[in-house]
Design a protein around this ligand. Structure first.
Ligand code: AMP
Length: 391
């Protein structure tokens, strides 16, 4: 059960509501190129408008380093957002100061005010108490709906929550329900598909899930370190020498639960146009590298996926940025999408592969947060969630 108060638990009629959203979206030439996160925030914003609240939206965008920089302005996002909602949308080019206070004071119920990038001030990432207090002074209620930054302790998601009633938005609640509650009490068989470059980034995830999963299906560069730990020669494959010890311990601790690829696609250089061939797993020839999962591995993993009831997937199965080595990741996206299980996908590369394949709709929950979803899979508490009022 979700432990924190949400927007459904409090009176919002004619209230000024400060909502921390995650509008940290990719821009190209000043245009939004992926609106997933913006659209994911709309149910909460629409709910607040329906309650006749005046809505102040705050977010960060990129890493401006604590000073105003035009390429990190939220103005293009505000312009884009305006077309997605049936309400008056205003923008103010700072998030603190007299101008912002004036704009917030004049904001009418049913209107939306978007503030400029919170990271234009160094106080944001330092969680400076004064900034938290200033942001809180703009509103009656604080709503956190920014799952993507919930693993950070910043002024606009943690500091502000000390001063006014602080509740969860609908997106944050949904993310926590899937990445926390579903995974801690999953319908079995439960499997975790893990990929990406490194074992080191996923050790805590494996530790946290080891007692819960029926299988770990491992792909991507992280499988290489496990193969090296088993004594195979890895050629030029990406191997984390410093993680060999922990990889051996994981192999011992997880035993038959941890499944590695049985065949792989290798290449003679790390490039899109490299020569490649598919081989059964064994010693990798000198100067060749593992780049992707092979078809036998996909077949083997596919059978297990089809038999499972709960699936969590985080990380690509190969160097999917190069089309020649994207097959493992895109085939995995298809297999997961076709499963009848509850499917939960961490943000980032796996989410991008699903989107590119047009399969996102078939997934139960695709997270809007990369780092934050990994923290959840590690079983860590998120400061942005902890700061909210208990039910
Ligand atoms: P991560 O950020 O740890 O999820 O890793 C994502 C990155 O892992 C992607 O950029 C992939 O290109 C990379 N990756 C996946 N498989 C391999 C591999 N076999 N060798 C090198 N890099 C890989």
């Amino acid at each position: 059960m979700f432990q924190k108060k949400t927007i459904k638990d409090i009176d919002l009629n004619e209230k000024k509501v400060f909502v921390r959203v995650d509008f940290n979206v990719p821009l190209k030439n000043g245009k939004v190129v992926d609106d997933t996160r913006i659209k994911a925030a709309i149910p909460t914003i629409q709910y607040l408008l329906n309650c006749n609240a005046a809505v102040i939206l705050a977010s960060h965008l990129g890493r401006p380093g604590g000073e105003p920089k035009e390429e990190f302005s939220l103005k293009p996002v505000a312009d884009y957002f305006e077309h997605l909602i049936d309400a008056r949308v205003l923008f103010v080019n700072d998030c603190m100061g007299a101008m912002v206070e004036e704009a917030a004071k004049n904001l009418q119920n049913g209107e939306i005010l978007i503030l400029e990038n919170t990271r234009f001030h160094p106080e944001e990432e330092a969680n400076d108490p004064l900034m938290g207090a200033k942001l809180a002074s703009l509103a009656d209620v604080f709503v956190n709906d920014a799952f993507g930054t919930a693993h950070r302790e910043h002024a606009s998601n943690v500091g502000i929550a000390k001063h006014i009633p602080a509740v969860s938005g609908l997106l944050l609640e949904r993310e926590i329900n899937y990445l926390g509650n579903t995974i801690s009490d999953p319908e079995k068989p439960f499997i975790a598909i893990l990929g990406g470059a490194k074992v080191s980034g996923k050790i805590n995830v494996i530790d946290n899930l080891a007692g819960k999963v029926d299988y770990f299906l491992i792909g991507g560069g992280m499988a290489n370190t496990f193969f090296a730990a088993q004594g195979y020669k890895m050629g030029d494959s990406l191997v984390e020498e410093e993680s060999l010890g922990i990889a051996k311990e994981i192999l011992k601790g997880t035993g038959k639960k941890l499944l590695l690829p049985i065949d792989v696609v290798i290449s003679d250089e790390f490039s899109a146009s490299a020569n490649n061939k598919t081989i059964p797993i064994g010693d990798i020839p000198e100067s060749w590298s593992i780049m992707d999962l092979g078809p036998l591995s996909l077949n083997k993993f596919g059978k297990i996926i089809r038999d499972s009831k709960t699936i969590v997937w985080n990380g690509p199965m190969g160097v999917f940025e190069f089309p020649a080595f994207a097959k493992g990741t895109f085939s995995m996206a298809k297999i997961v999408a076709e499963s009848n299980a509850v499917t939960i996908v961490g943000g980032g590369d796996s989410a991008a592969a699903l989107k590119e394949s047009g399969l996102s709709e078939k997934i139960t929950h695709i997270s809007t947060g990369g780092g934050a979803s990994l923290k959840m899979l590690e079983g860590s508490l998120l400061p942005g969630l902890e700061a909210l009022n208990d039910k």
